[in-house]
Design a protein around this ligand. Structure first.
Ligand code: BDP
Length: 723
């Protein structure tokens, strides 16, 4: 009892003495803000003690995270007991309200079933042991315990009832990876949150605390791997000094269950060792990669494997030697296979000398290779066939390569969705893609079931997200961008989670579980991506952003050397209408989808209106479902998008009493930027399309603020994230 009181006192003193925490966003969703009276007491009651097994690094992290989080959330520090000192619910008398962390190794005969939970899953269960209420967090491994500990904290932080818990959870995807597009010079391609968090220059010696906080944040949402460097890779990442640097990070991340991976440049054997070729079928080349893999595994025994961008956007690859993507992937796969490594081979390919519709090229290259990849290769496919647009139909490769594990690639960083400042929550975008039906094996063959392996029985499965993380204090360039990182992790763990539930969790943990906060903020977030679609590229339009930096509208650009560099290539507006004909009369990209879906998409009347202009060239006066003409409807979508942002501003302003001033102000200012830029998108797009459609604006719609030339004259030489 005395010991307990003593802990309380220490906690009280610590809490009182601690400086007020700056609300700069650094704490992410691991904020553990103290909820109002009732739930803080309930947390204290259920978590009076934490009993942890053994002394393994991971189990200790799980214990410490619980202590740290629960102390912060309840104001009272739980007592820490070691199972071996007789306080275990197994033997001695447990403390009422203890959290008991246990694996079969630490406590044989656990009163929960752990089969099916694998190495990373967990069970949480409320029990009565020796007359005392106890919450058991059990798993097959310490990593599972860590995930269970974070799940428990999530419940506590979101105000869930902690009384009768009976939860089992295991990840649906084996690989849940961030892809950092970070360069060795500290810049981040498509990064809008400052410089890279990897301090390559001072690694491996200096390992700042941020690396551990990065690992904590990722582990808390189940992310289990990180590709450290840009897919536009430099060979230097594979030199001994850089391997040592990556190894230092791997050592820090290992106790959190996170492996490191590297992007590789195809011609590394030529650049680093003077080989004459990088032909994957050349035995010397294969031997070079094998030796390189051996070297990496000596430094990083649990190294995850390689990510490859080849024969894409100027990157070298096996096709330069007349070989296929499968030849290339398999050669690398053989090098890492003895060590248990994998290869993620990207399907993001399109070539300047291929006149075919860019949206078709990945499918044309990869579909014929189905069945030819080694069993430790995944083909990593972007969610849509072009490039991370505000909206794209799902990539036709999903469902079309049954014999190949396909890995999803989402973009968390908002290259095309407002970059750092726009509040455009990506949960609904991710959810829309995952729920899309490929019809590959009849109705219900969703993209989620393709990538979680259940449709075709693949064991090697995964989801990658291009990170939005940088050295900014708030990690992601804005508080609300953190929600996209969070949503990605949660969906990689369980692709069936609703985006709205994820948003609610995130708001509760980041700001407060108070319904006066969660209600309006979740509502704002849920419509925000559709609003961006509306003010940027409504009705299935795509890729109308300024070439290169992708910041702001430039639908008029049509004079660049490569056709697909020009926004005009994507909208094809002319005097008759607008949109890309991808039916049989056009590029027939529709033919890449399953026949049942292709049939729906072949007819503009059955094509979902949100994708209309992606698949069809439609007359300006054609009627939309609302009864208005396409031209009028287009203008109304632009207006709806701008109005949504204005509405978010009003809602946010009303939340001032509930949000700390730092995060309130940042969001308020950013919403102001978003409002201005949404208006700019709307006005510039209307000014341009009106010059082609030559129709009056519908009644009530206001004329663009400037003339078209004014919009065309905007230049952004220093826009961030642009390589
Ligand atoms: C595009 C980006 C470019 C990337 C490329 C890729 O504009 O910077 O290198 O994708 O995914 O979205 O390889």
């Amino acid at each position: 009892m005395f010991a307990r009181l003593f802990c309380w006192t220490i906690a009280a003193v610590m809490t009182a003495a601690a400086p007020a925490m700056a609300e700069d966003g650094y704490a992410l969703w691991l904020h553990h803000a103290r909820p109002n009276g009732g739930s803080a007491e309930a947390i204290a009651r259920h978590a009076a003690a934490v009993m942890a097994p053994g002394s393994g690094a991971t189990a200790l992290i799980a214990r410490d995270e619980l202590v740290r989080g629960l102390t912060s959330a309840s104001g009272i520090a739980p007592v820490v007991t070691d199972g071996s000192q007789g306080a275990s619910p197994q033997g001695g008398s447990p403390q009422a309200g203890a959290i008991w962390l246990a694996t079969p190794a630490s406590a044989p005969g656990l009163p929960v079933k752990l089969d099916g939970l694998g190495d990373e899953g967990y069970a949480i269960r409320s029990l009565i042991r020796n007359g005392q209420p106890v919450t058991l967090i059990a798993a097959n491994s310490d990593i599972g315990l860590l995930h269970g500990a974070y799940a428990y904290l999530r419940l506590a932080d979101t105000g869930a009832s902690l009384d009768r818990l009976d939860i089992r959870s295991a990840p649906r995807m084996k690989l849940r990876l961030l892809n950092h597009w970070d360069n060795l010079d500290g810049t981040v391609e498509r990064g809008y949150a400052g410089q890279s968090i990897w301090d390559w220059w001072r690694l491996p010696d200096w390992k700042g605390p941020r690396y551990t906080d990065y690992a904590r944040a990722n582990a808390s949402i189940g992310i289990n791997g990180t590709v450290l460097n840009n897919v536009n890779a430099r060979s230097d990442s594979l030199t001994a000094p850089y391997i040592a640097k990556a190894a230092a990070l791997a050592d820090l991340f290992r106790p959190y269950g996170i492996k490191v991976y590297l992007s590789v440049k195809w011609t590394a054997p030529m650049e680093l060792s003077g080989l004459k070729s990088a032909d994957p079928l050349d035995p010397q080349v294969a031997a070079w990669w094998k030796a390189k893999a051996d070297e990496i595994y000596r430094a990083i025994p649990d190294f995850g494997g390689f990510l490859v961008k080849a024969n894409s956007e100027g990157q070298p690859g096996p096709q330069d030697y007349g070989r296929t993507h499968a030849d290339g992937a398999n050669m690398l796969a053989a090098a890492v296979k003895p060590h248990g490594g994998i290869v993620m081979w990207r399907a993001f390919v399109y070539a300047h000398d291929n006149p075919d519709d860019r949206a078709k090229q990945a499918y044309s290259d990869f579909k014929p290779l189905d069945g030819q990849f080694a069993d430790n290769v995944l083909v990593q496919v972007k969610n849509g066939p072009i490039d991370f647009q505000p909206r794209e139909p799902f990539h036709p490769l999903f469902g079309a390569m049954p014999r190949t594990p396909l890995m999803m690639e989402f973009q968390i960083t908002k290259e095309y969705l407002g970059q750092s400042t726009h509040l455009t929550y990506l949960g609904p975008l991710f959810e829309e893609v995952l729920k899309s039906d490929t019809f590959a094996r009849g109705k219900g063959s969703t993209v989620a079931r393709v990538i979680d392996g259940s449709l075709e029985g693949h064991k090697l499965t995964g989801m990658a997200g291009v990170a939005n993380i940088g050295a900014d204090r708030d990690w992601s360039g804005s508080i609300f961008n953190q929600a996209d990182w969070y949503a990605f992790g949660r969906l990689a763990w369980d692709p069936d989670l609703p985006a709205e539930a994820i948003a609610r969790e995130w708001v509760a943990q980041t700001f407060s579980p108070d319904p006066r906060v969660t209600g309006p903020v979740v509502a704002m977030m849920m419509g925000s991506r559709e609003a961006a679609v509306d003010y940027m590229t409504p009705l299935g339009l795509a890729h109308l952003m300024g070439t290169g930096h992708h910041y702001g509208p430039a639908p008029w650009i049509s004079d660049l050397a490569r056709p697909e560099w020009n926004p005009a290539y994507y909208h094809k507006a002319d005097a008759q209408g607008i949109g890309f004909d991808r039916t049989r009369t056009g590029s027939n990209a529709i033919g890449q989808y399953a026949p049942r879906l292709a049939k729906i998409l072949a007819d503009p009347r059955t094509t979902p209106e949100r994708d209309l202009l992606w698949f069809h060239h439609v007359g300006w006066d054609a009627k939309l479902k609302s009864g208005e003409t396409l031209w009028d409807g287009l203008v109304h979508h632009y207006d709806d998008g701008v109005a949504y942002v204005a509405n978010m501003q009003t809602i946010w302003d009303s939340l001032r009493p509930y949000i700390d001033s730092e995060r309130f102000t940042q969001t308020q200012v950013f919403l102001g930027i978003q409002r201005r830029e949404a208006q700019w998108w709307r006005d510039a797009s209307i000014a341009y399309f009106q010059s082609i459609a030559r129709r009056p604006l519908p009644p009530g719609a206001s004329a663009p603020e400037h003339d078209l030339d004014w919009y065309k004259a905007r230049r952004f030489p220093y826009a961030p994230g642009h390589p």
